[in-house]
Design a protein around this ligand. Structure first.
Ligand SMILES: *Cc1c(COP(=O)(O)O)cnc(C)c1O
Length: 426
């Protein structure tokens, strides 16, 4: 019997406290099992998961099709490195490029690696295709962005906690205000060496900040005018989370509501991660057309695990589940319902003042300061009431359940959230 069997939450937390680096501040709940929208702690208490591992588990916990593809592949071939071909990667690349309407895919493992990959492709394109002088390329990014944790990525973050004392920082980035077309216009007009514009279609970590209607489309048009690559980081917003296959699909009304190749905005470089594996395995990818991806040649970039056969099998299964189970449609409809329910509740509740989001990526804004503990305390109470969520930026609580959630389950969660907030009002 393993030493970790039959232990209490308290004991597990103490183990991490003593032996693990303290780079996270988790809610005090120790999970042991997951299925669909539910997770169970070591004491057997059942919860709705309203974080979905930051939208990695869109397809639900331990989806049988994804786990099946993963275990079958794990018993056949796990890793060859890219020194040799494996018989799965090409199939995954074909399936994913057809799904998202791009010529080529470059596979990586984590979201941050995919962002790094996109930045490298963009710079190389700038020197070899656009003709920017060597080492002069600039990439425009947005204030309050979250793109991952590598030294280059934190170089253009403005989160002091994630950034301070990790310098010296990587050069070549211009930071502008998010959701501000004038700022983008000025940055493009006042700098000759701009290679790309890296943007989240909705800023998730910043607190589910949805830009104004038309912002992305106009930003893309400005980029086109200046021959600048529009790079969409859809690591969190992609794969049906916002009610469309991609958040950049906008209100494109394809027959099955999946992207028809004529989305509101078609990014020059698309970055995917998280739900690309349904949370089963680290799988990320960068997609682009030949004119851009063509700058990458043997030896330019890679990763030992990137494109391994398990990742390829899992990635394909994860995308199939999204289509087969119409997760984008479900996220769209239940997202509308969720915001409608909370919007009619807010006038009766002094604890929160706003709900915002798209599809099933939503947040409520708590009536207290960023440094208050109110949002944390609400999340602790939600936990007691059987729903797991986590504050972001102190006074914002993100709600992002697995997209396999049913209407009945969602209404049950709305009841838990309303009851808990009411509890706080008294
Ligand atoms: C989570 C996230 C990343 C980083 O992904 P990791 O797998 O944690 O490295 C990058 N961009 C966005 C928008 C994210 O939400």
């Amino acid at each position: 019997m393993s030493v970790l069997e039959k232990v209490s939450s308290k004991a597990v937390i103490a183990l991490e406290e003593k032996h693990g680096a303290h780079n996270y501040h988790p809610l005090p709940v120790v999970l042991k099992r997951g299925e669909g929208v539910f997770v169970w702690d070591v004491e057997g208490k059942k919860y709705y998961d309203f974080l979905s591992a930051y939208s990695a588990v869109n397809q639900g916990h331990c989806h049988p099709k994804i786990v099946g593809a993963m275990t079958e592949q794990a018993q056949t071939l796990t890793l060859t490195s890219r020194a040799f071909y494996n018989d799965m990667l090409g199939k995954f690349e074909k399936y994913a490029t057809e799904t998202f309407h791009y010529d080529k895919l470059l596979p990586m493992n984590t979201g941050a690696e995919a962002v790094e990959t996109a930045l490298k492709i963009c710079r190389k394109w700038a020197y070899e295709e656009k003709g920017i002088p060597e080492n002069k390329a600039q990439i425009i990014v947005c204030k309050n962005n979250f793109h991952g944790r590598t030294t280059t990525i934190i170089s253009f973050s403005n989160d002091p906690v994630g950034r301070k004392n990790f310098g010296p920082y990587t050069e070549g980035f211009l930071k502008i205000e998010y959701d501000n077309l004038n700022a983008l216009k000025e940055a493009l007009e006042n700098n000759v060496n701009v290679a790309g514009f890296l943007v989240e279609p909705i800023q998730g970590e910043a607190g589910v900040f949805v830009p104004s209607e038309g912002y992305l489309k106009s930003a893309k048009a400005l980029c086109e005018k200046h021959n600048v690559l529009f790079i969409a980081d859809e690591v969190q917003t992609g794969i049906a989370r916002t009610g469309r296959l991609l958040a950049t699909c906008g209100n494109c009304s394809c027959p099955d509501k999946h992207c028809s190749g004529k989305p509101e905005v078609k990014a020059d470089i698309l970055i995917l991660g998280k739900a690309l594996s349904g949370g089963a395995y680290p799988v990320s990818a960068v997609l682009a057309n030949d004119a851009i991806m063509g700058v990458i040649r043997p030896g330019n970039h890679g990763s030992t695990f990137g494109g391994n056969p398990i990742a390829a099998a899992v990635g394909m299964a994860a995308l199939e589940v999204v289509k087969d189970e119409k997760l984008a449609e479900n996220a769209f409809e239940l997202g509308e319902l969720f915001r409608k329910e909370l919007n009619s509740f807010i006038p009766t509740c002094p604890v929160i003042h706003k709900v915002r989001g798209k599809g099933l990526l939503n947040a409520i804004l708590v009536n207290d300061t960023e440094d208050s503990s109110t949002a944390w305390d609400i999340c602790m109470a939600l936990k007691e009431n059987g729903l797991l969520a986590k504050p972001t930026h102190g006074n914002i609580i993100r709600f992002a359940p697995p997209l396999v959630i049913t209407k009945e389950q969602l209404m049950d969660c709305v009841r838990i959230i309303k009851d808990t907030l009411t509890q706080f009002a008294n």
